[in-house]
Design a protein around this ligand. Structure first.
Ligand SMILES: C[S@@+](CC[C@H](N)C(=O)[O-])C[C@H]1O[C@@H](n2cnc3c(N)ncnc32)[C@H](O)[C@@H]1O
Length: 253
């Protein structure tokens, strides 16, 4: 768990004259709020700074033409929301940094259900080889994938059907805001479908030391996964926390 305040934050707080302003408990509350707010501001500023060079590398004229044609096509929560380039690049930078990809040697990634391809774009920016898989049914995604030159294979991920074979294995197989499990549909994947998928990824796609990282969407009952599905991930040696699934490659031997 993150400490409430780092040594630097405590030193800074000591210099602020909060003493005598309120009771100890109130002061601790104010301090906690202040730390949280400063962290949020600092975090947003840092993500913005990291996203800026990536944003600068995108052909603004071509993006503007895409934006003009698609901004009303599928309003929020639909896919037009992804036209807020700055915001979604920040999200993708946060995801990449969360996996430590900003400070590790070049590796191979496969992003499942990539949408506009922002996550593979950020991975490429950090020096990695990133590929994507997705449907080709959304014209906005298709145009963004082309604009950002993402290496995307067109594949419908389906229950009980193995993912395509690749000429390499991957250090990370990722999926964010996952929908390929038939999210929000009557035929939502259950334990057998997840069992097949996880086994397929572990057996055929992950490199030694690799990891499957999925961020699930909440379902109609508000849960990310049922306890039975969580047990599928656990049996594969993985964990689920707040909709984030991690499954490691099988240990060799
Ligand atoms: C909510 S979007 C998330 C996009 C991206 N991962 C992100 O976080 O910005 C869901 C994505 O999953 C893709 N998708 C949905 N069903 C799929 C399936 N059966 N096979 C492959 N991709 C699928 C959609 O085309 C879309 O790109």
């Amino acid at each position: 768990m993150q400490p409430l305040a780092t040594a630097a934050e405590i030193a800074l707080l000591n210099r602020l004259n909060l003493r005598g302003r309120s009771s100890d408990a109130k002061r601790r509350g104010l301090v906690g709020d202040w730390i949280e707010r400063s962290r949020a501001v600092w975090g947003a500023w840092r993500l913005d700074r990291c996203a800026a060079p990536i944003l600068g590398g995108i052909d603004a004229r071509r993006f503007e033409s895409i934006r003009a044609r698609f901004r009303e096509a599928d309003p929020d929560p639909g896919s037009s929301k992804y036209l807020d380039l700055r915001a979604w690049l920040r999200v993708a930078v946060g995801r990449a940094r969360g996996l430590g990809l900003h400070r590790r040697p070049a590796c191979d990634l496969l992003d499942l259900g990539s949408g506009c391809g922002y996550f593979p774009l950020v991975c490429r920016h950090y020096g990695h080889r990133a590929r994507a898989l997705d449907l080709d049914t959304n014209a906005l995604y298709n145009e963004m994938i082309e604009l950002l030159e993402i290496d995307r294979g067109v594949v419908a991920i389906e229950a009980g059907v193995p993912l395509p074979a690749f000429d390499t294995r991957f250090d990370w197989v990722t999926g964010f805001m996952v929908c390929f499990n038939n999210h929000d549909r009557e035929d939502l994947w259950g334990p057998p479908e997840w069992e097949f998928f996880v086994r397929d990824v572990v057996d055929h796609l992950l490199a030694p030391g690799g990891q499957l990282h999925l961020e699930l969407n909440p379902e109609r009952d508000g849960r990310f996964a049922t306890p039975e599905i969580e047990r599928v991930f656990a049996r594969a040696g993985g964990t689920v926390r707040g909709g984030v699934v991690r499954v490691p490659a099988r240990a060799r031997g």
